[in-house]
Ligand binder design. Structure first.
Ligand SMILES: Nc1nc2c(c(=O)[nH]1)N[C@H]1C(S)=C(S)[C@@H](COP(=O)(O)OP(=O)(O)OC[C@H]3O[C@@H](n4cnc5c(=O)[nH]c(N)nc54)[C@H](O)[C@@H]3O)O[C@H]1N2
Ligand SMILES: Nc1nc2c(c(=O)[nH]1)N[C@H]1C(S)=C(S)[C@@H](COP(=O)(O)OP(=O)(O)OC[C@H]3O[C@@H](n4cnc5c(=O)[nH]c(N)nc54)[C@H](O)[C@@H]3O)O[C@H]1N2
Ligand SMILES: [Mo]
Length: 764
């Protein structure tokens, strides 16, 4: 796996033998070739555990093993035989570990003991669980105001743990719930309700079998939701066109060899996925969308003038929506020259895509981080909703919007109350069920929590999973703020950067993973999760825990609550932990959509949480779906500065967010290195650069702060003019904290104005 540094094009399709080979190497590296294979057989099975990888649904959770290279890597990463023990911490000071790469840190293995930071030796030393909880209780009670603490959630947390967590934090007295979702699909959670009255997708897996065409914006399924390739492959083979908009020619969007297909595997054939893949400019999505809609509106007018069938679904538009006139006016006023310049796509190509879309009775619109992580993220999402609404593609079989969620339970965490802006209806029900008055004032999201830390207004930080210090933007200032905290606590499975960028007092609390047996006083427990399509189902691990000292997340939360709130708490924390059915009963009491929760999760396929928009019930103030106009097409960077480029920060094929599995990115042909920047030959030449030159990336900051990463390798690549791409998290120092969507506060990780300059000799 320690690939030599190399850059060579990958000519095979995505998936196939390359994926099987990569997985085999990965299992060997984790010392678990045999155990790993047995564990994998239990993934997404009726009696097994939910894949901790992505949030893509599994066909009914009843199928035979569906191979997914990256899901398997996520499992192997957790089931590894390697251990990060107190002896390891005794041998390495925090300062020493700070020089290790993220890859090296996580490769140490699973955490085995609760650890506390000891300033005298600059080391983490073992601590008893009781002492750890007492420390947390002490600090939280010492704060003059509960709003001086922030409680982060990463999206692997189960519904049960998330519900207890929000209960603890609200009884303690704050809504400070920064969440990984704030950096991810918040633009969906904020943008879609204004359009459709609900912040979730509107399709189910079956819809993929019925659709006439699929549009994919800014999502890389072959890497980030590989089980989706089955749906895409089936659609393509039945002749449904797939049109992709992505600055990269992502291999899996081009062609895919299904490891499940003996014929393709043996004959080395593959299936074409996208009928067209348009390499749009970074941030060019609104321009493309307006282009497509402009053509539709004009075609509809022409058709109606000739008394031919309408192109737009006017019955739907009149009956179910408001705002069409303003949208049409805006589209007509948008000049083609601007659309082509900002999107980087020729009018004929946009026309082709529009024709495919207009022909389809049923269309699915899929999207991911290429849409949400922009300064206009929520607007991007709303333009996608406009496109769907024009032809009545919401609430129709085989059609709809499909935001592809990230973490395996990020959507569920939100559903059960992890939100910094709780609704009054929810708070009322919580009060009614538990009998305490939850705080109503809005709390901090990720960006405002960081700003508050910088100002010294948040002093304690507790993280339920994740790797906050690596995932956040603007490391220079935000990491300094993290080290100024009084207390930082991380509930984790592996050592990561966030443990090293710690507060005055710091705790690492090791927890059970998804694959492991969770035994509580009333017996073995299962947890539940909600996937991208709002299907809720149970998950139970079977592996022995990585260490006898691990606790489950619900047990850790309950003990933190008890240590903090003592007998003033009105909640039976110990009872909840003894039997998670009781947590689910409480969830059902607070959220009526979970009616029959415990009974329904005993059916292996689980159950669907209804989406009002899917039923064409619009929970908006107008009672209708809204067409929403975005003013303009987004910023034209090079108009003001011909040297400026939009930088998009993306994932490699071999990482899971901040977890780096290897230094290679097979499908993009990058081996043994991650400090690379992709830009096209024209932009290279413009800067006098040759492939392989060393460059610095410098943010065009508006606050006078220098943000620079050094000594990256320039890679000549097929990429649109005016933009470049590099890996996350290495480039997070370039993302200013102020660069976020003003509506959803999603950092614009996919659109940072930068310059690429030759590294000076001293740096090289
Ligand atoms: N193996 C693996 N699986 C994962 C993850 C992982 O890191 N590894 N992460 C999980 C999480 S939390 C999430 S949120 C998802 C992320 O999954 P994705 O949404 O696929 O995330 P990215 O890879 O960051 O970027 C998606 C695509 O957007 C394209 N893109 C970049 N800028 C633009 C733009 O301006 N416009 C358009 N149209 N496209 C653009 C990129 O080229 C890339 O192909 O995956 C989840 N699953
Ligand atoms: N530049 C840039 N930055 C980004 C993004 C980007 O595209 N570009 N993407 C953003 C997105 S979409 C997201 S979602 C965030 C991700 O942000 P996070 O969710 O905070 O980060 P992860 O890397 O997923 O967290 C990995 C850590 O989670 C812990 N962990 C794993 N499994 C479990 C478990 O079962 N329980 C517990 N308690 N802990 C566990 C392990 O210790 C591991 O080290 O990053 C965001 N940051
Ligand atoms: Mo995410």
């Amino acid at each position: 796996m320690a690939d030599r540094k190399a850059i060579r094009p990958y000519r095979q399709p995505a998936g196939g033998w390359g994926a099987l080979k990569a997985l085999g190497e990965h299992l060997v590296e984790q010392d678990i070739a045999l155990k790993g294979a047995a564990t994998l057989m239990r993934m997404n099975q009726p009696e097994g555990f939910d894949c901790p990888g992505c949030a893509w649904p599994d066909p009914k959770h009843t199928s035979s093993f569906e191979f997914c290279e990256n899901g398997a890597k996520a499992v192997a990463w957790e089931a590894t035989a390697k251990r990060c023990t107190p002896e390891f911490f005794a041998e390495h000071s925090v300062s020493q570990l700070s020089c290790w790469s993220d890859y090296e840190l996580e490769m140490v293995g699973r955490l085995t003991h609760p650890m506390a930071y000891d300033a005298a030796s600059d080391r983490y030393v073992p601590v008893s669980w009781e002492e750890a909880f007492a420390t947390i209780g002490y600090h939280l009670n010492a704060l003059p105001d509960p709003n001086m603490a922030a409680f982060y959630t990463s999206g692997r947390t189960s519904n049960e743990a998330a519900f207890l967590y929000q209960l603890f934090v609200r009884e303690y007295g704050t809504n400070n719930f920064p969440d990984c979702s704030n950096m991810c699909h918040e633009a969906t959670s904020v943008g879609l309700p204004a359009s459709l009255g609900v912040g979730k997708g509107t399709v189910l897996l079956d819809d993929f079998d019925k659709t006439d065409c699929i549009f994919i914006f800014g999502q890389n399924p072959g890497t980030n939701s590989p089980r989706m390739m089955t749906s895409l492959r089936n659609a393509s083979r039945r002749g449904a066109p797939i049109i992709s908009f992505n600055p990269f020619r992502e291999r899996a969007l081009e062609r895919f060899q299904a490891p499940q297909s003996p014929v393709e595997m043996v004959t080395l054939t593959s299936t074409q996925i996208s009928s067209r893949l348009y390499q749009l400019r970074v941030g060019g999505d609104i321009a493309v969308l307006k282009g497509i809609m402009k053509i539709m509106v004009e075609a509809d007018e022409a058709a109606r003038a000739k008394e031919q069938p309408e192109i737009l679904d006017w019955d739907f538009i009149r009956g179910h929506t408001v705002g069409i006139d303003a949208l049409v006016e805006d589209l007509k006023a948008t000049p083609w020259a601007d659309i082509e310049r900002i999107s980087g796509i020729a009018r004929e190509d946009i026309e082709y895509a529009a024709k495919v879309y207009m022909k389809a009775e049923r269309a699915i619109i899929v999207y991911g981080m290429g849409i949400t992580q922009h300064r206009q993220g929520a607007h991007n999402v709303q333009q996608l909703a406009n496109l769907a609404l024009l032809r009545g593609h919401i609430g129709r079989e085989g059609a709809g919007l499909c935001p592809v969620r990230g973490h395996s339970n990020v959507q569920g965490d939100r559903t059960v109350g992890i939100t910094e802006v709780p609704s009054t209806e929810f708070l009322d029900r919580l009060e009614k069920r538990f009998g305490f008055k939850p705080p109503a004032a809005p709390g901090h999201n990720v960006v405002t929590a960081l700003e508050a830390m910088i100002r010294g207004e948040v002093k304690a930080f507790i993280a339920m999973g994740g790797n906050f210090a690596a995932a956040i933007p603007d490391w220079q200032t935000t990491r300094a703020a993290l080290t100024s905290l009084d207390l930082s606590v991380h509930v984790s499975t592996k050592l990561n950067r966030s443990h090293l960028i710690h507060g005055r007092e710091a705790l690492i609390l090791p927890c059970l993973g998804r694959t492991e047996i969770d035994i509580q006083p009333d017996g073995p427990q299962s947890i539940t999760v909600e996937d991208s399509m709002s299907m809720v189902h149970a998950s139970a691990g079977r592996n022995q825990p990585a260490s006898e000292h691990l606790k489950s997340e619900p047990a850790i939360i309950a003990a933190m609550a008890r240590a903090t709130l003592g007998n003033r708490s009105v909640v039976d924390w110990e009872g909840f932990v003894a039997d998670y059915d009781r947590i689910r009963d409480a969830i059902e009491d607070v959220f009526p959509i979970f009616q029959g929760y415990n009974a329904r999760i005993r059916i292996p396929s689980g159950f669907h949480l209804t989406s009002t928009a899917r039923e064409r019930i619009w929970m908006t103030p107008s009672g209708k779906a809204n067409f929403l106009v975005f003013d303009g097409l987004g910023e034209d960077l090079q108009e003001n500065d011909p040297d400026a480029l939009w930088l998009s920060t993306v994932r490699s094929h071999d990482q899971y967010n901040t977890t780096v599995y290897s230094m290679s990115d097979r499908y993009r042909g990058i081996y043994g290195q991650r400090d690379v920047v992709f830009l096209n030959a024209y932009e290279m030449e413009k800067r006098g650069l040759a492939d392989g030159d060393r460059v610095d990336l410098v943010t065009l900051s508006t606050d006078g702060v220098e943000r620079r990463v050094r000594n990256f390798r320039a890679v000549a690549y097929s990429f649109p003019d005016g933009c470049c791409a590099a890996y996350y998290p290495e480039t997070n120092p370039l993302v200013p904290l102020y660069a976020h969507d003003p509506l959803s506060f999603t950092p614009s990780y996919k659109g940072i104005p930068v310059k690429v300059v030759r590294s000076d000799a001293a740096a090289a």
